[in-house]
Design a protein around this ligand. Structure first.
Ligand code: SAM
Length: 182
């Protein structure tokens, strides 16, 4: 399924100005829409600017979010951004490596977006025990190819629930949504 490119179509002007100001791009909106309503905790790995947790909370899809990034500078900037939009009480930020800082049983959805396919696969591999134990829904948006994450999902008992192509500024981005098959 292809989601139309809202950044180059007339629909762009229909994006609320507050959404544009927050940096919530069509790709971010599409990722946020993969988080089911009623999610208790949404985890964004490689969160960087923390725009995705902001989009998820603004859409009312999760109660709380966690942003993990290996860059201390990124987490510092994200913390300032969250304070500016008054969401710092609902997003926990941590400097860390992939899924390793994530422990709680309450995690419902994990997103890994904007990283290369091999990095995505390696992060999944190192966190697989947590993902399986907590029955987590995965939202993956690898940059530069999706073959390796697809193979990993299939080899580890995850079934694809959605397979999306999102267009943004003339480029196409793959979004895979997967859950453990029963
Ligand atoms: C290109 S940005 C993607 C930001 C956002 N997720 C997006 O889709 O626009 C990649 C981010 O992942 C972080 N990162 C790279 N390796 C990581 C790892 N092993 N654990 C956590 N964060 C990582 C980088 O510091 C950077 O902020």
């Amino acid at each position: 399924m292809t989601v139309p490119d809202a950044s180059t179509s007339p629909a762009r002007t229909e994006l609320p100005s507050v959404t544009r100001r927050l940096g919530i791009t069509p790709r971010m909106r599409a990722l946020a829409a993969c988080v089911p309503f009623g999610t208790r905790v949404f985890v964004d790995v490689g969160s960087n600017h923390c725009i995705l947790p902001i989009a998820v909370l603004r859409a009312g899809r999760a109660q709380r979010c966690v942003g993990v990034d290996s860059s201390q500078a990124a987490v510092f900037d994200a913390r300032r951004r969250l304070r500016r939009v008054r969401m710092d009480q609902r997003v926990d930020l941590c400097v860390g490596d992939g899924l390793l800082p994530i422990g709680g049983d309450e995690v419902d959805v994990v997103c890994i977006a904007g990283l290369g396919p091999r990095v995505v696969t390696s992060l999944l591999e190192r966190g697989v025990a947590r993902l399986v134990a907590a029955q987590v829904r995965l939202v993956l948006n690898p940059f530069g190819g999706s073959a390796a994450p697809r193979e990993w999902l299939s080899a580890n008992g995850f079934a694809l629930r959605e397979d999306l192509l999102v267009a943004e500024r003339g480029r196409s981005y793959t979004i895979l949504v997967a859950e453990r098959s029963a």
